[in-house]
Design a protein around this ligand. Structure first.
Ligand code: CTP
Ligand code: MG
Length: 234
């Protein structure tokens, strides 16, 4: 794809505690095939011609470690800032957004998803240009039912309309920055992803952008086994 898309930043989130992983080292720094989990998504954004800069968000106090042991060690040249995140994911996103150098578009990505690909970024770019906002997602494979308060099935949700949400979530920068400013001022209760901030602000309709079933989030220990299998296959 030719690079005539406007300036694009990536905000890569690596400021979480990884409490569900129950390991001493935070999951973004655990090794997969001798490289930290965080390495893989940085590699993808670094290598994509769509991306102009990467803002890495890490836990306060880990900035120097990230600079030396990840950014310099692996030679990531697009990283323009390493900033401290906050208590909640949305605090980290907001810190990352403010550190971007006025791009046209921003890709917000969880470093806990090491299997994002160049093809996903390209589809995201096409979709965000159509609507101003898109979320990477895959169609639901399982049947999903809604429960009533007594534990009985109330209804079966038509599967064709259900999607599992991943990252990147990609937005026009001005739109998502303003949506975050408004939501942070009003309170972020109930907002679990970036698309919800955009939805609540009413600034854009969020388009689904096809992800991949390999684009898993590393959350609990068994996810590492699956990730190792995917890497073996590559
Ligand atoms: N994240 C972040 N800042 C936070 C919380 C989360 O940057 N305050 C990032 C994580 O590093 C991760 C992504 O957001 O890449 C998705 O979050 P999640 O999978 O929930 O990671 P953690 O919050 O680290 O894990 P847990 O919820 O198990 O503690
Ligand atoms: Mg979390």
């Amino acid at each position: 794809m030719a690079k005539n898309n406007g300036k694009c930043s990536a905000v890569v989130l690596a400021a979480g505690k990884g409490s569900r992983m129950k390991s001493d080292v935070q999951k973004q720094f655990l090794l997969l095939k001798e490289k930290p989990v965080l390495y893989y998504s940085l590699r993808c954004f670094e290598d994509s011609p769509l991306i102009d800069e990467i803002v890495l968000v890490t836990e306060k106090g880990m900035e120097e470690y990230c600079r030396e042991s990840i950014v310099e060690r692996y030679g990531f040249r697009k990283v323009s800032a390493i900033v401290a995140g906050g208590k909640e994911r949305y605090d980290s996103v907001y810190a990352g957004l403010k550190a971007c150098r006025e791009p046209d578009y921003v890709f917000i990505h969880d470093s806990a998803r090491p299997f994002v690909t160049r093809e996903i970024l390209e589809r995201n770019m096409e979709d965000v240009r159509k609507s101003g906002a898109c979320v990477t997602a895959v169609p639901m494979k399982d049947t999903v039912k809604l429960a009533d308060p007594d534990g009985f099935v109330q209804e079966t949700i038509p599967r064709e309309r259900l999607w599992i949400i991943q990252t990147p979530q990609v937005f026009r920068y001005d739109l998502i920055l303003r949506a975050y400013e408004e939501c942070m001022a009003e309170g972020m209760e109930g907002i679990t992803d970036d698309a919800m901030a955009a939805e609540r602000s009413g600034r854009a309709k969020v388009l689904f952008s096809m992800g991949s079933y390999q684009n898993i989030k590393i959350t609990t220990p068994e996810d590492l086994l699956i990730a190792e299998l995917f890497l073996k296959e590559q």
